[in-house]
Design a protein around this ligand. Structure first.
Ligand SMILES: CC(C)(COP(=O)(O)OP(=O)(O)OC[C@H]1O[C@@H](n2cnc3c(N)ncnc32)[C@H](O)[C@@H]1OP(=O)(O)O)[C@@H](O)C(=O)NCCC(=O)NCCS
Length: 210
């Protein structure tokens, strides 16, 4: 049972189908008008308990905060799936938390530990010995080098890069194409090369330099 009948949900359904271990794949979403060709939308999210004994669940919502809220609510009485696309490459001693989804052509290298509800999107790479917090989203084509620590609910934007041996605190947004070259210790949105903090569209003069 996939919660979230959006574009991201479609991709999650495709992975679940390719894995061949589910006899049926369906959706729940609060917008009952949504349509996913080839799949049924069976009800709203609050109805999830009807399927709690017969289904595994996965929360397919790109927004890190919303994904965490839904998974925290349903994980008490459901089985949460972890899905890895058949083309993804995982190194030795990689650990994936419940509700984590690894998409096509992603690479997670040896000894990296990913928390719950993480999305490693298409072609994204996470190198060795990383610690990736709960409900992080590494967007398509983002690259996280070795021994990087990322706090909970960080959104790593499409095509961004994070150099090795740095830490990023929880709830940060790393903009599309940004290059993070040092530790980020303050929550916020960071853009550019090298990445600097922006507040309401302006570079933060006091804390912008990483
Ligand atoms: C960083 C981001 C979240 C900022 O969004 P926002 O808060 O709506 O910010 P705005 O669009 O108002 O832009 C604010 C300023 O930052 C700049 N900016 C925004 N994103 C930027 C980026 N990725 N790189 C460089 N500058 C950026 C804007 O040009 C603007 O500067 P200005 O005020 O000098 O014109 C967004 O632009 C972004 O990069 N999102 C990532 C999207 C993504 O990865 N999607 C993948 C989905 S799977």
């Amino acid at each position: 049972m996939i919660i979230g009948a959006s574009g991201h949900g479609k991709v999650v359904a495709d992975i679940a189908r390719k894995l061949g271990r589910y006899s049926e794949i369906s959706f729940l979403d609060d917008d009952l008008e949504k349509e996913i060709p080839g799949y049924q939308l069976l009800g709203s999210v609050k109805e999830y308990k009807k399927w709690k004994d017969t289904c595994e669940f996965i929360v397919a919502v790109g927004d890190c905060r919303i994904r965490s809220e839904i998974q925290k609510k349903i994980e008490r009485d459901t089985r949460i799936a972890t899905l890895v696309h058949p083309t993804a490459a995982l190194g030795e001693n990689v650990v994936l938390g419940e509700g984590t989804v690894i998409m096509a052509n992603a690479v997670i290298n040896s000894a990296s530990i990913l928390g719950k509800g993480v999305i490693v999107n298409t072609g994204s790479t996470i190198d060795h010995d990383c610690r990736i917090g709960n409900y992080v989203h590494a967007a398509p084509g983002s690259h996280i080098s070795g021994t990087v620590f990322i706090g909970d609910r960080v959104w790593v934007g499409v095509g961004s890069c994070i150099v090795n041996n740095v830490s990023i605190c929880e709830e940060c947004v790393i903009g599309a194409g940004a290059a993070v070259i040092g530790d980020i210790e303050r929550k916020g949105t960071y853009v550019g090369v090298p990445a600097k903090r922006v507040i309401h569209g302006r570079r933060d003069a006091q804390t912008g330099i990483l």
